[in-house]
Write a protein that binds this ligand. Structure first.
Ligand code: SPV
Ligand code: MG
Length: 290
């Protein structure tokens, strides 16, 4: 089965598919080893790893090349976060085959204006494009893919923009009609109430995608029990884990005036060499070095 088929089958299966955010091939590999079904090619994480805001500061090429690098290392599907599609429907028609060729198995595109502002920031600029315009962008994404199993996910930002449930449902249905394979509905409310109201009322046929960063109380068991959600995305836990771990270790080394104490708490250099794919390289060495 191809990676695209794995994701497509998961969406059709009715079973919840889990995707962990990653910002480089190493974090993607760790997510795969931990047992997640797929990788979320997060714009937020990649931006954070460059220490710039998640507001279309990085170019499409930078994100695309990171998806390619991750896809060359992991065997699980990558869901690429293409923000607003880097322009209009013409841009989307051009870039979707590039993401496909880079090894992604899906794109998620959100209905905000370009340049976007990050969704979870308080008081961010959250302006949406017209429904018809975004339908055109979704239709362009669906029409331009080469493999019918490549998944197109439309992301509704109406709740993030404070436009209410009615607008969110209207947009979700319009994007389904335009050819979206799934609808990502995002919320920044601290409790799951807003998202649960949307999910319970969702009249569409395609599965929903949730990103429960703001409302972490909702577990996979809770989400599965809703019966309408195909994918849960853990949006930024790789970069937050990395930042927390580095801050802790760096502070300890400064406090201790050296690395003696901290050394035993860290993964060994051997473990890192293992993650670099050393074993495979040694096999090549043995076979071809003369
Ligand atoms: C991302 O991880 O880049 C996302 C999810 O788009 S969020 O940051 O919650 O908007
Ligand atoms: Mg994003």
């Amino acid at each position: 089965m191809t990676k695209n088929q794995i994701l497509r089958n998961a969406l059709n299966s009715g079973k919840l598919f889990t995707a962990m955010a990653a910002h480089n091939p190493l974090s993607a590999k760790l997510a795969e080893q931990a047992g997640f079904g797929g990788i979320w090619g997060s714009g937020f994480e990649l931006s954070a790893s460059y220490a710039v805001p998640d507001a279309n500061i990085l170019s499409m090429g930078t994100h695309l090349e990171m998806m390619r690098a991750m896809a060359s290392i992991v065997s699980i599907p990558i869901i690429a976060d293409i923000d607003t599609g880097f322009g209009n429907a013409v841009n989307v028609h051009y870039i979707v085959p590039q993401y496909e060729a880079a090894g992604a198995s899906a794109i998620v595109m959100e209905d905000k204006t370009f340049p976007k502002d990050t969704s979870l920031r308080a008081n961010g600029r959250q302006e949406l494009v017209r429904i018809e315009e975004f339908q055109g962008k979704i239709a362009a994404a669906a029409a331009s893919r080469k493999d019918k199993d490549f998944v197109v996910i439309a992301r509704v930002e109406a709740l993030i923009a404070g436009l209410g449930q009615e607008e969110a449902t209207k947009r979700g249905l319009a994007y389904e009609e335009a050819g979206a394979d799934a609808i990502l509905i995002h919320s920044k409310q601290k409790t799951p109430d807003e998202i649960l109201a949307f999910v319970h009322a969702w009249p569409g046929k395609v599965p929903l995608v949730l990103v429960p960063t703001a409302y972490p109380a909702l577990t996979e068991a809770d989400i599965s029990a809703l019966g309408k959600v195909g994918v849960v995305i853990y949006g930024n836990h790789a970069i937050r884990a990395a930042v927390g771990a580095m801050q802790k270790v760096f502070a300890q080394i400064r406090r201790d005036g050296g690395i003696r104490e901290v050394d035993a708490e860290l993964p060994t250099v051997g473990e890192i060499i293992g993650l670099q794919g050393d074993e495979a390289m040694r096999r090549v060495e043995k076979r071809f070095l003369r």
